[in-house]
Design a protein around this ligand. Structure first.
Ligand code: G3H
Ligand code: 13P
Ligand code: ZN
Length: 311
């Protein structure tokens, strides 16, 4: 099995009523934890790399690690640029072997977003690479972008047809109430997603794959574990798994998860040092940390995405 694009994956996910997990990767342990889980659950997989991850680990290291994971697991894996900010980073990732890129023009005007996205699509499609665009603004924190809740905007369904038609994108990320990071809702707020907006979008874009960013659930037991072992995470609240399960059965074909993996890994490392304060060999704490990533990914594949057994 070689690297694949998201094209075939999304078609099967759309028809099958499940979603593919897109998990952010930054190092070997994270890649191994995710891919071991997917191999055991026979799940197709998207490994995504943010510009921050690329700066942290370097493009070539992540690419070689992902190639090693494919050789090791035999899984269909797409390697995807998460939140490409401009044409240059998308081009660099396409030239460097990624099979899919996101151009996130959501901070621009509708017209400029179309122009930028089309430029990336033209370049990517000529090289057989798939492209994800975004309409609407998610609240929360990404690499260089911090969108406040007041500036966040739901996707306007009346814009989606024109955007898809004029850009030629292969999938569309939408804003229906998810947001990036561990603090998605305030205490006392009722977590909710705008399924009514999703339905309006589906009416206008039949048979078209939709993407949800900011879809970690920030599972309370993991936040509690981080805090039990010396962490100080105030009031972290995510998207309930039940709502994501519902979304995965709809036109949503890709669900992005990063914060839940970060939490699982950090909880494991904190617990390890609380129990073994004398340890200093990184393998001693990274072995359980990698296992924690694997367990979290299995939970997502089986309980949320429904893509187990679909590889
Ligand atoms: O959406 C953002 C992802 O969680 C990646 O986070 O930009 O800190 O690598 P990062
Ligand atoms: P979370 O912060 O909810 O995990 O979202 C990750 C994401 O959308 C990456 O693009
Ligand atoms: Zn995102």
């Amino acid at each position: 099995m070689a690297l694949v694009t998201t094209k075939e994956m999304f078609k099967k996910a759309y028809d099958g009523g499940y979603a593919i997990g897109a998990f952010n990767v930054n190092n070997m342990e994270i890649i191994q934890g995710i891919t071991e889980a997917a191999m055991e659950e026979k799940a197709p997989l998207i490994l995504q790399v943010s510009s921050g991850a690329r700066k942290y680990a370097k493009h070539v290291y992540l690419m070689k690690l992902i190639e090693a994971a494919i050789a090791d697991t035999g899984l269909p894996i797409a390697v995807h640029l998460d939140h490409g900010d401009d044409f240059e980073i998308c081009k660099s990732c396409i030239d460097g072997g990624f099979t899919s890129v996101m151009i996130d023009g959501s901070k621009h005007s509708f017209e400029d977003n179309i122009k930028l996205t089309k430029q990336v699509v033209d370049y990517a499609h000529a090289k057989g690479v798939t492209v994800e665009g975004e309409l609407g603004k998610l609240a929360g924190i990404e690499d260089d972008v911090n969108v406040s809740a007041e500036d966040a905007q739901y996707t306007n369904p009346s814009e989606v047809e024109e955007f898809v038609e004029k850009t030629g994108v292969d999938s569309l990320a939408i804003a229906i109430g998810t947001s990036h990071g561990a603090f998605k809702f305030k205490p006392g707020q009722n977590p909710h997603l705008r399924f009514d907006i999703l339905e309006e979008i589906e009416k206008r874009l039949p048979n078209f794959p939709i993407v949800l960013h900011g879809a970690s659930s920030v599972i309370p037991e993991f936040v509690a574990k981080v805090n039990q072992y010396g962490g100080k995470m105030p009031d972290a609240i995510g998207i309930p798994e039940e709502m994501l399960r519902q979304a995965a059965k709809s036109s949503v074909c890709k669900i992005n998860i990063d914060s839940d993996l970060r939490l699982a890994m950090t909880a494991s490392v904190r617990e390890h040092f609380a129990v073994h304060p004398d340890h200093f060999d990184p393998r001693q704490y990274l072995t359980p940390a990698r296992a924690a990533i694997k367990e979290m990914v299995k939970r997502k594949l089986v309980n949320v995405l429904g893509c187990n057994g679909k590889a």
